[in-house]
Design a protein around this ligand. Sequence first.
Ligand code: FPP
Length: 231
Amino acid sequence: MNVPEHIAIILDGNGRWARSKGMPRNYGHTMGAKNVENICRACHDIGVKYLTVYAFSTENWKRSDDEVSAIMKLLRGYLRTCFKLADDNDMCVRVLGDLTRLESDMQTTIARLEEHTKDHSGLYFQIALNYGSRDEITRAVNRIAEDIRSGTVSGEITEEMIGSYLDTRGIPDPDLLIRTSGEERLSNFLLWQCAYTEFYFTDVHWPAFDKEELLKAVESFGERNRRYGGV
Ligand code: FPP
């Protein structure tokens, strides 16, 4: 099997999945968060080296206060249990996005988790949290401008330099991007990094996206004739 080195996933459909079961939206988020663990294990098992998930976008703050606080509670709990998950699956965890808007205890847990897992190398797992690609690029450009002004960097601005200022610095671009639940758009996720990425869309809602569905996506990727350097 031609396994992609890096899979990125837009987790979509928690709410619709819950509604289809006659349950509240937040139940969908709980089951969606559990499913992240399953897919981490599945990726580790099949030999994917990098997995990046879109957990919370810069636009997601516009949801109701109740929903945002339920999601933050879930993410906080997830980050705490992630130490064990990361140890069990040899995962190096990194969080992408503007973390300054998160509560300070979450920022502390993230820093500890990144430090605790930094030497793990079985699966490089990125969680995009308060992430938006335009925001990431804007932050990067501002930092480049600052470094030029202060004389820390000089010379031409290159693609490599821009890449090294992005949240994803050091991480190869995704080979395959999966979006669940029927929508077919990028929604401000990894716009720079997905320049040559293959896309896979499925109607399956995120909480129901299991290892079998992951294998279907990987098989579809394997069947494609990839043309680097072309169109
Ligand atoms: C997607 O479904 C939900 C989100 C993008 C927000 C919260 C994400 C999670 C709880 C997953 C947890 C992630 C980690 C890393 C633990 P939706 O609410 O957009 O569904 P809908 O489109 O059907 O309403």
